[in-house]
Design a protein around this ligand. Sequence first.
Ligand SMILES: *[C@@H]1O[C@H](CO)[C@@H](O)[C@H](O)[C@H]1NC(C)=O
Ligand SMILES: *[C@@H]1O[C@H](CO)[C@@H](O)[C@H](O)[C@H]1NC(C)=O
Ligand SMILES: *[C@@H]1O[C@H](CO)[C@@H](O)[C@H](O)[C@H]1NC(C)=O
Ligand SMILES: *[C@@H]1O[C@H](CO)[C@@H](O)[C@H](O)[C@H]1NC(C)=O
Ligand SMILES: *[C@@H]1O[C@H](CO)[C@@H](O)[C@H](O)[C@H]1NC(C)=O
Ligand SMILES: *[C@@H]1O[C@H](CO)[C@@H](O)[C@H](O)[C@H]1NC(C)=O
Ligand SMILES: *[C@@H]1O[C@H](CO)[C@@H](O)[C@H](O)[C@H]1NC(C)=O
Length: 673
Amino acid sequence: MPCFTMLPQSFLLFLLLITIPTSMSDSFDNGPRYDYGFRNDDGFFAGELLLWGVASTTSGALELTSSVRQSTGHAFHQRSLGPVSSFSATFVFLIIPPENLDGLSGHGIAFTLSTKTEFMFSALPSQYLGILDAENNGNVTNQLFAVEFDTVQNHEFEDIDDNHVGIDVNSMVSINSHTAGYYTANGTFAPLRLASGEPMQVWMDYDGNSHNLNVSLAPYLKQKPQRPLLSSTVNLTSVLGNDSFYAGFSSATGALWSNHYIIGWSFNTTGEAQLVNYTGMSQVIENVRQKIDDGQEAHRSNNQRGIVLPIIIPTVFVILVIPAVVYVLKKKAGKNGRWEIECGTPSFTYKDLATATRSFSDTMVLGKGGFGKVYKGVLQTSKQIVAIKRVSPESMQGMKEFIAEITILGQLRHRNLVQLLGYSRHKNELLLVYDYMPNGSLDRVLHGQDRQVLDWVYRLNIIKGIASGLFYLHEDWEKVVIHRDIKTSNVLLDCEMKARLSDFGLARLHNHGTDAHTTRFAGTWGYIAPELARLGRATKETDVFAFGVVMLEVACGRRPIEVNNSGEPVLLTDWVLHAWESGSVLMTVDPRLEDYIREEVELVLKLGLLCSHSVPSARPCMRLVMQYLEKDVPLPDFQPCFFSITIRDDGVDQYIMPFTSVATATGGLSGGR
Ligand SMILES: *[C@@H]1O[C@H](CO)[C@@H](O)[C@H](O)[C@H]1NC(C)=O
Ligand SMILES: *[C@@H]1O[C@H](CO)[C@@H](O)[C@H](O)[C@H]1NC(C)=O
Ligand SMILES: *[C@@H]1O[C@H](CO)[C@@H](O)[C@H](O)[C@H]1NC(C)=O
Ligand SMILES: *[C@@H]1O[C@H](CO)[C@@H](O)[C@H](O)[C@H]1NC(C)=O
Ligand SMILES: *[C@@H]1O[C@H](CO)[C@@H](O)[C@H](O)[C@H]1NC(C)=O
Ligand SMILES: *[C@@H]1O[C@H](CO)[C@@H](O)[C@H](O)[C@H]1NC(C)=O
Ligand SMILES: *[C@@H]1O[C@H](CO)[C@@H](O)[C@H](O)[C@H]1NC(C)=O
């Protein structure tokens, strides 16, 4: 596995297929019955489950996820059911949030009915709960029905809050949802906290004739509420078709995590599903809690030992089955302790990361950026290779906001972004853990010592990749994320030489806590739009400007600012524009490029100029940039003089027309190329 990313596919390796005892097969047909907990010791129910990802049966319970971040766990009953008809299901779940995280928990459990089980190979963790991914979300071909018990609010999926139950049909956007809780006998609503560490029971009833579906929730050992929490009409036949389907559970962790458990489960197609042995289940719940307490106790004493003894770096790594097992950082005394209660416990301990980088040895330094050094690290437990960035926010106040933002950044997920895996805090510095990118930065590939020549095909793909990542940040995600520091050294290349944007959002975070009136803008000379230099405010347009410079840099193989023969600094944009004015824009193409398609290079050069136009309103938005690059929309046929429009010192020139009208005008005037 050359690419050490935590793709859910990698969990295929951990597929646990427990064979069904032959004696069980007959009773299934008479009405499936799987309750009493998932006992490993006597193999009573564990034998009927297919487990994927980090799911396992432990202490008589089904553990869907443990404290592993960015992970998914799936469990399905081995026998398929169907075609779908009326059914009744009930189960008891338990979500144990991490210690000292002030109830913060991620991401939840989904009860699923699906015609396929393969989805767990591609489904994403975090907000996707291990059931869908960005590509198939909302597609009817998923044939997936789920009831989500979601503990994180995602505006992207129109989540109502961070503690809700929702009915999902082929999509993460619920067709009906309600804050977790139940209606008491007198009709009042009693709210419940899903991630309270307390067990709860769920009931689901589906009428195959009326297509009425009810979902209820109540504290463990309480009666089934008379009035359901959710009642919807869902034609499950149209969702699942006439095919057979699988019933089961999915759960996921992200930047936030929880231990998610199913204690007991019963599914009945001939009558009301009932859990029978509550005595047995109570015992299982006790066992699970005991196990978690023991684990935390063990980590506490380990950490204490770690403080007393010097850290000796082991050279032989222990190979474990589960990737990236991360530990709850011990609650620290005094002011640090308070901070952690407020802001959450880091996912990786400082010790883990110190070990991974040989105590932040200089030999492990990958690079140095505006925020500090970046180290290569090998996580001891999983042997996963990661990149660890050491950042020092300017104040403790800034640190707190930093963490809040990091939690959000951990949810960003795109094939052209470097995935944030987690973080750790140590004194007044933050350690951010990212996927490791084996091919380094675009800056190094373009301008590095070895002057490795990157073919045009790769260059164009890299440009498209950056555009796609930036489009996601600007327009495709729930919040607008301004990158603020687009440059070739922030574009990393993965094992397939595809572009991945790094450091998104960090520039703004870095400024948190500083006085608003003296906020220094972040950015790198050569990539800074004129209005950013004047007004200090980063916008989507200032990102587009920097992206335009990157496009030119990639096509020309030159830095944004180079010194000419007479020792004067020359802006790349001016140089390209000048070449265009005095003949052909193609004169600026990187002379090392041997094979390229003239039209493509010309498009990139002209689009690069357009993106880095000095007038913000003349720059296209990222959606349009993508369309130009994909040749879905032809680039308007403007002339070099279009770039001579500038901004006067006293503000925006009154005579500048927005780009669309200029484009139409120039496009109409000059025929075709
Ligand atoms: C839905 O998924 C199918 C099969 O994966 C695919 O062919 C189709 O293009 C998808 N539809 C949409 C709207 O994405
Ligand atoms: C309804 O019942 C709950 C307990 O089941 C009780 O706490 C609440 O006060 C009752 N409300 C009314 C209006 O009677
Ligand atoms: C759902 O609940 C409503 C109201 O309590 C009830 O009338 C209906 O029969 C229930 N449907 C099912 C499938 O149990
Ligand atoms: C439910 O969906 C199936 C399959 O699409 C369809 O044949 C049936 O008529 C639908 N039932 C209702 C009540 O809409
Ligand atoms: C399911 O089967 C029924 C009866 O065999 C048929 O009427 C219906 O069209 C089928 N629906 C689908 C979605 O295949
Ligand atoms: C399913 O329902 C039937 C009829 O009410 C009942 O006899 C049977 O015990 C139920 N099975 C389970 C597992 O709840
Ligand atoms: C319920 O579970 C407990 C603990 O596993 C066991 O001792 C007891 O026999 C079970 N009771 C029934 C009725 O199955």
